[in-house]
Design a protein around this ligand. Structure first.
Ligand SMILES: [Ca+2]
Ligand SMILES: [Ca+2]
Length: 313
C-alpha cells in the first residue's frame, strides 16, 4: 500500500513549478522504487526540503530582475531635466545718446582701440554737423558687439575736435579681466598757441563719456608752445603700469627752463586729476626740453608745438 502515496505527493509538486516538479519527481521515483525499505515519512521530509530550496531560489531571481527595471525607469526624468534650454541672454544696454554722422557731416576722423577691454577692437569717430553759421562737434564710440554712443561737444568756435589714437590712462598689469580698457585721445579745441586734448572712455555698460577734472569741468591737456612757455603730455609707466604725465616748462630768458611734471591719476570712474608736481630744470638745447611742447605716447609724436609752433594738425 505504501506505493499509493507516491502519485498523491507528485500532484502537490506539480502545483509549484515545472522545475520543482521534475526534481521532486526524481526524488519521489527513488523513494517509490525502494518504498519497501524507506518509510513514507522519510520520503516526504526529503522532498519538502528540496522544494523549499528551489522555490526560494526562484523567488530571489524574480525580485532582482524587478528591482533593476525600476532603477532604469527612474533615470528617465533626470535625462529630461539636463536637456532643458538655457535662458536667452540679457538685452544689450542702451546709452543715453547715440548720435551718428549725418549726410551733412564734415571733418570726420577715425581711430580704433579696445574701449571696453574685452579683447575685441572697437572704433571711435569724431565729426561736425553744420548748424546755422556754426558747427556742432561730436565724438562717438562703437563697441564691437555692443552699444554705440556719442558725446556732444557743442560749438567749439574756431576750434575743432578730432580723435587721434588709443591710449591707456590707467593700465595695470594683473588687473581683473576686462578692467584694462583703452581710452580715446582726441583734440577737443585749440588755443592761440596750440591745441587742447581731451580723453574719452566708456562706462561698464559700454557708453561713451569724456573724462572730467574732478571739479565739474572737462579734463583738458594743452599742448602748446609760445615765447617762454611750453606745455605737453606724454605717456609713462613702469612695473606693469601705464599713465599720462602733464608737462609744463617756462623760461624768462629762453636759456634756463623750469619744468614741472604732473602724474595724471584716474579718480573714480570718470575723472582725471593731477598728482604731486615734480619740479626740474633744463637748459635750452637739451633734447629733453622738446617733449614739454609735444604730445607723445609709445614713441608716436601726435603734436609738436616745440619745433613747429603755430599748428601742425
Ligand atoms: Ca572691445
Ligand atoms: Ca584704461
Amino acid at each position: 500500500m505504501s506505493h499509493r502515496t507516491c502519485p498523491t505527493r507528485s500532484m502537490v509538486v506539480r502545483t509549484s513549478t515545472t522545475v520543482v516538479a521534475f526534481a521532486a519527481f526524481g526524488l519521489l521515483a527513488v523513494a517509490c522504487s525502494d518504498s519497501k525499505s524507506i518509510s513514507s515519512a522519510e520520503s516526504t521530509t526529503t522532498s519538502d526540503s528540496t522544494l523549499v530550496a528551489l522555490e526560494t531560489s526562484t523567488t530571489d531571481t524574480t525580485l532582482t530582475t524587478t528591482t533593476t527595471a525600476v532603477a532604469e525607469t527612474t533615470l528617465v526624468p533626470d535625462t529630461t531635466v539636463a536637456t532643458t534650454v538655457a535662458p536667452p541672454p540679457p538685452p544689450a544696454p542702451t546709452c543715453a545718446a547715440a548720435t551718428a554722422p549725418t549726410g551733412a557731416a564734415i571733418s570726420l576722423a577715425n581711430t580704433s582701440g579696445d574701449w571696453n577691454g574685452d579683447g575685441n577692437l572697437d572704433t571711435a569717430v569724431s565729426w561736425a554737423e553744420p548748424v546755422g553759421d556754426g558747427l556742432d562737434w561730436f565724438v562717438r564710440t562703437e563697441i564691437a558687439g555692443g552699444p554705440a554712443s556719442s558725446v556732444a561737444l557743442g560749438d567749439l568756435g574756431v576750434g575743432f575736435a578730432a580723435v587721434m589714437d588709443a591710449i591707456d590712462v590707467n593700465f595695470s598689469l594683473g588687473a581683473p579681466e576686462g578692467s584694462n580698457r583703452e581710452e580715446v585721445l582726441a583734440i577737443v579745441g585749440v588755443s592761440s598757441s596750440g591745441y587742447n586734448l581731451g580723453v574719452f572712455g566708456v562706462t561698464d555698460a559700454g557708453c561713451a563719456f569724456q573724462f572730467d577734472d574732478g571739479a565739474g569741468a572737462a579734463f583738458q591737456l594743452p599742448t602748446a608752445g609760445t615765447i617762454g612757455q611750453l606745455s605737453g603730455v606724454r605717456c609713462d609707466g613702469g612695473a606693469g603700469s601705464q599713465f599720462l604725465v602733464k608737462l609744463e616748462a617756462s623760461s624768462v630768458d629762453e636759456v634756463t627752463w623750469d619744468t614741472t611734471d604732473y602724474r595724471i591719476d584716474r579718480q573714480g570712474a570718470q575723472s582725471l586729476v593731477l598728482g604731486t608736481p615734480i619740479a626740474g630744470s633744463l637748459t635750452a638745447g637739451d633734447p629733453a626740453l622738446a617733449q614739454y611742447g609735444q604730445a607723445t605716447c609709445g614713441g608716436v609724436n601726435y603734436l609738436d608745438e616745440f619745433n613747429d609752433s603755430g599748428g601742425d594738425f
